[in-house]
Design a protein around this ligand. Structure first.
Ligand code: ZN
Length: 276
């Protein structure tokens, strides 16, 4: 496999997870699922949204989580503004953004999830990839890629398209799991956010920041926090809460969230000259 960050094919073993092998690029450090099998995870039906992830049943819980994320977006770029959520799933984040006063649009590869968002929640969502949506250049103030980059074959290409549809000085919001997290160090191949059957790329702060910088974005804020706060106060939940607390203090939380601005074209780091 070719590294999406630096185009090298050199790699060293990183870790094993079930039947999958993860390797790390010898040049830039980006981790990838070398044994990734397209089609192993299907997003087309309702299984992914109803069974593997219980987004439909837990809509209200996720809505609470996404209200927090939207509040952070508001700190950087308040409504009224035009917000595009790429990989919107059943539209929970979009619903929170609409509630906050953003003018919203979603793009989702799963036709089932896009139809659910439109029909059950009256959200403006088109089915397909961002590239296939052929959106007009510069028409969004905010583009959100929340837990999307790690799933796609070519994150660079997706970021280039996200940049094209963003207005000058527009805000890009990227959330991805942190493969340099304390939880990964403890859980190794059993880390819940690893998902090698879904995730091709596994970013760490350095690799995510380099990718965003080279894709024409300037960071304005960055955090690595806990991904899910466990339910209840049982022994297991307490241990996870304690690990999360320590991890966040150390900047080693399992979910990275980056806010960056579209860099004016003249400052783009040779990206147009690079053939990916
Ligand atoms: Zn590399």
């Amino acid at each position: 496999m070719i590294c999406n960050l630096c185009t090298s094919t050199d790699s060293r073993p990183f870790l094993k997870s079930g039947t999958h092998e993860l390797v790390q690029c010898s040049h830039c450090g980006l981790v990838r699922t070398e044994t990734f099998r397209h089609g192993e995870t299907s997003y087309t039906g309702d299984d992914y949204f109803k069974i593997k992830n219980q987004y439909v049943r837990h809509w209200d819980d996720f809505l609470g989580m996404f209200r927090t994320l939207v509040a952070k977006i508001t700190e950087h770029l308040p409504p009224p503004a035009r917000l595009l959520d790429v990989g919107t799933g059943i539209g929970i984040l979009l619903a929170a953004a609409r509630e906050a006063g953003y003018s919203i649009q979603g793009v989702e590869v799963s036709p089932w999830a896009a139809a659910f968002a439109r029909e059950e929640k009256q959200l403006n969502v088109v089915a397909g990839t961002l590239a296939a949506a052929s959106l007009k250049s510069g028409q969004y103030d905010v583009v959100v890629l929340n837990h999307v980059l790690e799933h796609v074959e070519n994150p660079r290409e997706l970021l280039a398209e996200a940049r094209r549809v963003l207005a000058d000085d527009g805000l890009l919001v990227v959330g991805v799991p942190n493969v340099a997290s304390l939880m990964l160090s403890l859980m190794r191949g059993r880390w819940a956010s690893l998902r090698p059957e879904e995730h091709i790329w596994h970013f760490a702060p350095a690799t995510l920041r380099r990718l965003l910088r080279e894709s024409g974005f300037s960071e304005v804020a960055f955090e690595a926090r806990e991904n899910h706060i466990p339910q209840g106060w049982g022994v297991k939940a307490l241990i996870i809460r304690l690990i999360n607390f320590i991890a966040v203090q150390l900047g080693l939380g399992e979910a990275m969230l980056s806010f960056s601005r579209k860099t004016p074209t003249r400052k783009v780091f040779n990206y147009e000259k690079t053939n990916f």
